[in-house]
Write a protein that binds this ligand. Structure first.
Ligand SMILES: Nc1ncnc2c1ncn2[C@@H]1O[C@H](COP(=O)(O)OP(=O)(O)OP(=O)(O)O)[C@@H](O)[C@H]1O
Length: 310
């Protein structure tokens, strides 16, 4: 069953200028994005900085005003802020990139994690403490940490606190925006594996936003590649990694480092070949403004932004 359906989502930011502060242009941060996420799956949104990934996530959850398009969550239209019911706000949560700035440094762990509970549930102080301790245990932190402050934890532990807060209300969908990119490489894998464990345990669905194709390969069932607010390609993990069709995707895939030294020569050749193809065939893949074309379907699961044939 589809838990999230996004149809032709656009989020434009006005550019203002002059003494009258008039809108002279728009930044098309998200420019017509459509996708569906099935319950229990992880859908990856990949792209370089500024491609519109974060704005897509923020638009869906209601942190950014949607210019046009439709968002359907669990069968209900939640496109506008007003249409987002209390249940929807509970069922859709976001994990942010930077565990250092997203946790209030002046609040104790108990207050950070209990905040969503206080907004939505009426628990006694004793029940609340018990729930927060259970959540801490679930994310692998000691229940005794409830009186500590964020600075007393490492980066990986802080992200676990952010995750505990996000799962406190037992949401259905979590939008994870670069959840490990602020962490040391050594703790990234731990947090990612832990996210997969709780996904199974709690039946969560993830919209997983990342610039790192290697991480997305590890985490996601379906993947979309974004460039300047538009999709260049969407498909299953196999479609994107074994059969990339858009030159932009090919470049990203070719750039993933292969840790096996025996593959180095092969990878180097592949990279050179892709770069040549990029230079010689750019106009086959991007329009006059350097934007991706509309998506064409090349199989049941695989969409590629190509000029219309004929
Ligand atoms: N509030 C805003 N006002 C104006 N422009 C914005 C705003 N938020 C984002 N943008 C612009 O929209 C575009 C997309 O930004 P967005 O943060 O969604 O990209 P991203 O792919 O998530 O990149 P990053 O990984 O760097 O966050 C960028 O050009 C950005 O400067």
């Amino acid at each position: 069953m589809a838990i999230l359906e996004v149809e032709d989502l656009k989020v434009y930011f006005p550019v203002k200028a002059g003494i009258f502060n008039r809108t002279v242009d728009f930044i098309k941060a998200v420019d017509g994005v459509s996708f569906t996420i099935e319950e229990g799956k992880t859908y990856g949104l990949v792209g370089e900085s500024g491609s519109g990934k974060t704005t897509t996530g923020r638009g869906i959850i209601g942190l950014e005003t949607i210019t046009s398009g439709r968002v359907v969550f669990n069968g209900a239209d939640v496109t506008s802020r007003k249409s987002k019911s209390k249940d929807m706000r509970k069922d859709m949560q976001m994990i942010f990139q930077d565990p250092y700035s997203s946790l209030n440094p002046r609040k104790r762990v108990i207050d950070i994690i209990a905040e969503p509970l206080r907004n939505y549930e009426r628990l006694s102080k004793i029940e609340e403490k018990k729930r927060v301790q259970e959540l801490l245990e679930l994310v692998g932190l000691s229940p005794e940490s409830i009186m500590k402050y964020p600075h007393e934890f490492s980066g990986g532990q802080r992200q676990r606190i952010g995750i505990a807060r996000a799962i406190a209300l037992k949401p259905k969908l979590i939008i994870a925006d670069e959840p490990v990119s602020a962490l040391d490489v050594s703790v990234q894998a731990q947090v990612l594996n832990f996210m997969q464990d709780i996904q199974k345990e709690l039946g969560l669905t993830y919209l997983f936003i990342s610039h790192d194709l290697g991480i997305v390969k590890h985490m996601c069932d379906e993947i979309a590649i974004m460039y300047k607010g538009r999709y260049v390609e969407q498909g299953t993990k196999y479609d994107i990694f074994q059969n990339p069709q858009h030159i932009y995707t090919k470049r990203l895939v070719a750039a993933i480092p292969d840790i096996d030294p025996r593959n180095r020569e092969k990878q180097f050749k592949f990279r050179r070949q892709v770069q040549k193809e990029y230079e010689s065939s750019y106009s086959n893949y991007f329009d006059n403004e350097g934007l991706a074309y509309g998506l064409q379907s090349i199989s049941d699961t695989h969409l590629v932004a190509l000029p219309e044939r004929g």
